[in-house]
Ligand binder design. Sequence first.
Ligand SMILES: Cc1ncc(COP(=O)(O)O)c(C=O)c1O
Length: 422
Amino acid sequence: MLTTQNETTSKLDLAWVRQQFPALSQTVNGQPAVFLDGPGGTQVSQRVIDAISNYLKQSNANTHGAFATSERTDASLEEARRAMADFFHCHSNEVVFGPNMTTLTYAVSRAIGRALSAGDEILLTRLDHEANVGPWKTLEEKGVKIQFADIHESDCTLNIEDLASKINERTKLVAVGYASNAVGTINPVKEIVHLAHEHGALAYVDAVHYAPHGPIDVAALGCDFLVCSTYKFFGPHMGVLYGGDEYLERFRPYKLRVNADEIPHCWEWGTLNHECIAGITACVEYLEDLGRQVVPEASNRRSALLNAFSAIQQHERELLEKLVDGIKAIPGSRIYGITDPKRFDQRCPTIAVRIDGHSPRELSERLGQKGFFTWDGNYYAIGLTERLDVEKDGGFLRIGLAHYNTMEEVERFLSALREIAL
Ligand SMILES: Cc1ncc(COP(=O)(O)O)c(C=O)c1O
């Protein structure tokens, strides 16, 4: 049985969580470092660091050799595939490893592009990261028409009516983000997948920003592809793709003739980053352990992961309410995105803000000197910063909470921001 968000048993043991992440004990100018840069990349647990270095010490080899280290490498890759299959809720032959989300998306767009013709359409959104835009736009070279679904400017949510009106019988693919890496909006992905399928289009989901904040269930979403990056959810710098086996079989990736023909291997090129893949298993195991800390009796890894995310969501929600309240109280501040706490289940704890009289870069620099790590700019969500007309003024200051942040950090951050803004 899964716990609901209201059960007290799903509370995070924050002291345990923070002990797992050695980077969190850093200081800057004598101040404790506060990592609010998670949307650009999260910190990793000690076990991820150990798994990477142990692989290099004990198993370092290429694949499919007739000797011990190579056999250990093969086993380690398959173990990571099983871990990610539990993470996505799919079969392990539907898990493809790659260097990052962008590279994997280019690979999929090239393969799907081989089956498209002039006049076919692809629907993208103004809310998306450029990595879920550029790879599809390259298909304009083939005469494919690219459409964009607009947003509601008031709360930076997708305009679903506009999106629905742009899907037609020529639409071959809808590519959408699970959550915005700039303003935090969580999109109604299941509904969008349904709309795409109703018209016979494929659904490609960029779950990079959502992955550290909530459970992914490709079976429940019904999507055809979903991609994420492990460095955004406490793992090493890698990308992982889910592709439904039917689609991994149907589309033809460009590949070497010596490359395996069977899925998922035919979608993986050259020698993979074996040490980081060993780190991916450890990253999923960290989340599994976190889930078992909150509900010890979870029957399998998938349920433990769901329990972990239930606890993560509860904790992040408390921090988010405090953060949004505190920022709203700063004169001249404006948060872009959902600010009504009753709707916080429609957003991740990632806040985009502008404060009158201060550029996002200046705010981020001054916060950085005090040990608060935030991002400024467009973070490649350039379709959105252009649409909101903030691109020319430095984009936003982005504050990204992760489950390892504490209420005390949020309070200290708010006083630092108040001091800088006044
Ligand atoms: C929402 C989103 N999609 C895609 C990407 C690109 O990921 P990668 O760096 O793994 O290519 C990012 C990176 O910031 C992102 O935030």
